[in-house]
Write a protein that binds this ligand. Structure first.
Ligand code: UD1
Ligand code: CA
Length: 491
């Protein structure tokens, strides 16, 4: 039997359950995995089959889940489940949100099964259409089937599904389990659901009962057995969430490695689903790449860096850095020990060095902030150098203000830029300058106070200390070559 891709009339994603085993104030399907909420994975897989209608069934904290979805899935229909519990009732509620004359294939899947792929859903729809089935259930053979519904067969096909709670000892020994993912003929589904009762151990409307009802009515019920059981695993608690997140990550890393990315230590590397890497990127140990982070070819990230929504240019080096919503230009260098806050844009060949924090800072091509500095609310031109231990003093306690620095500027160490202030092209400043006034292009800014040396102060004021003893030894050795008292150092 050939399996052709078939476009479903609708995909229904069930996500109304409360998820009590998560023990969380956050709805289960909004817990993130690989940087997306669980239900986001389910909806993407569903959308990938290009259905005419995409429906998600909600109940528990429905408003919160709906709000979280609308940005990424504007065309999804939301159906609200009423007080009647069970997967069958959830599907009934979804059908009520769909056209009454809907015909063709309806896929049903869950909001808490994040590794299920579009490809598998397409295979299911294809097998369903090719077999002329009324129902096709996606199954897997598990070493430990505990908790899942068991697939019952006779010589001709699937006769039904029995839940763990309702199964006999003989049925419990069956290792083929129901994934909870199905393809249905719309009419057969609607008809059978109308006849499902609540006479079971849970007192719920079981969707699984549809299979035996359809079969008894003469419909064809088949199973598509999946080899990759990760794809059907669901999240019920946070231990399963961690297991699935780790597997999803292993798959993401493998996909990037096969695409030409070097990942030195997959065991300590986490890459979100929506991150994009180019060939010949190198990821060193201890790196987490989150959100929409993109890294261009030849760039090296790590070790020990966490980047969220950061764009790293080709050939750049980002070492031991924590960054978010920032752009690092081609061939630029960041770290070690840098903190890039939102709005940082480092130009090509630029540098944000060691113990440097930046925020809302545009640093032009070839410009450098190499050491121990804070650059906030600033625009720095091209090929300029900010001396070590400088602070862009951007906050007066009430308002934030911006500093502008021109091109080819050479600023001294330990400068304070008291914003708003502007430094012109080609300007210089001395060490320890507090830039309170604009510096014209080509000027040297200095405001150092004259230095005074009070000769003999340590021996007079701190006698008996190690410092005084060291000073005494130095005096003895130098015999008459000391500096003049109270000499002023001119800048
Ligand atoms: C269900 C299946 C079981 C299958 C297992 C696979 C039934 C009766 N049983 O069991 O055969 O092996 O999934 O994981 O279908 N949901 C709703 N509304 C409800 C109840 C559930 O939308 O009233 C949603 C949940 O949010 C969840 C999914 O349906 O996404 C499955 O519900 P759950 O209670 O976990 O079903 P299981 O008991 O695991
Ligand atoms: Ca479940």
């Amino acid at each position: 039997m050939t399996t052709q891709p078939a476009v479903p009339a609708a995909v229904i994603v069930l996500a109304a359950g409360e998820g009590t085993r998560m023990r969380s104030a956050t709805p289960k399907v909004l817990h993130p995995l690989g940087g997306r909420p669980l239900v986001g994975h389910a909806l993407r897989a569903a959308r990938g089959t290009a259905p005419e209608h995409l429906v998600v069934v909600l109940r528990h904290q429905a408003d919160r889940v709906r709000e979280a979805l609308t940005g990424d899935f504007p065309s999804v229909l939301v159906a609200l489940q009423d007080d009647v519990p069970g997967t069958g009732r959830a599907v009934q509620c979804a059908l009520e949100a769909l056209p009454a004359d809907l015909s063709g294939t309806v896929l049903v899947t869950y909001g808490d099964v994040p590794l299920l792929s579009s490809a598998t859903l397409q295979r299911l729809a294809g097998a369903h259409a090719a077999g002329g089935n009324a129902v096709t259930v996606l199954t897997a053979l598990l070493a430990d089937p505990t908790g899942y519904g068991r697939v019952l067969r006779d010589g001709t096909g699937v006769t039904g599904i029995v839940e763990q709670k309702d199964a006999t000892a003989e049925q419990l020994a069956v290792r083929e389990v129901n994934s909870g993912v199905y393809a249905f003929e719309a009419a057969a589904l609607r008809e059978a659901l109308g006849r499902v009762g609540r006479d079971n151990a849970a007192g719920e409307v079981y969707l699984t009962d549809v299979l035996s009802l359809v079969r008894t009515a003469g419909g064809r019920v088949e199973a598509l057995a999946l080899e990759d059981e990760w794809e059907i695993r669901g999240v019920n608690d946070r231990a399963q969430l961690a297991d699935l997140a780790a597997e999803a990550n292993r798959r993401t890393l493998r996909r990037w490695m096969l695409a030409g990315v070097t990942i030195a230590d997959p065991a300590t590397t986490w890459i979100d689903a929506d991150v994009v890497l180019e060939p010949d990127v190198t990821i060193r140990p201890g790196v987490q790449l989150h959100g929409t982070t993109r890294v261009a070819t030849g760039a090296v990230v790590g070790p020990d860096s966490t980047l969220t929504d950061v764009e790293v240019g080709a050939g750049a080096l980002v070492e031991r850095t924590h960054g978010s919503s920032a752009v690092v230009g081609e061939g630029a260098q960041v770290g070690p020990f840098a903190f890039l806050r939102p709005g940082t844009r480092l130009g090509a060949e630029g540098k944000i060095g060691t113990f440097v924090e930046t925020k809302n800072a545009v640093i032009g091509r070839g410009s450098k902030v190499p050491h121990l500095s804070y650059v906030g609310d600033a625009t720095i031109g091209e090929h300029s150098n900010i001396g070590a231990a400088s602070v862009f003093v951007n906050y007066d306690g009430v308002n934030k203000a911006r500093t502008t620095v021109g091109d080819h500027v050479r600023m001294g160490s330990d400068n304070m830029y008291v914003a708003p202030v502007t430094v012109g092209d080609g300007a210089y400043s001395g060490a320890g300058t507090v830039i309170r006034k604009d510096v014209p292009a080509g000027a040297l800014a200095i405001n150092v106070a004259p230095q005074r040396n009070l000769e003999g102060w340590t021996l007079a004021k701190r006698p008996g200390t190690p410092a005084a003893e060291a000073a005494q030894r130095a005096n003895d050795e130098s015999t008459g070559t000391t500096a003049s008292t109270d000499r002023e150092i001119q800048p």
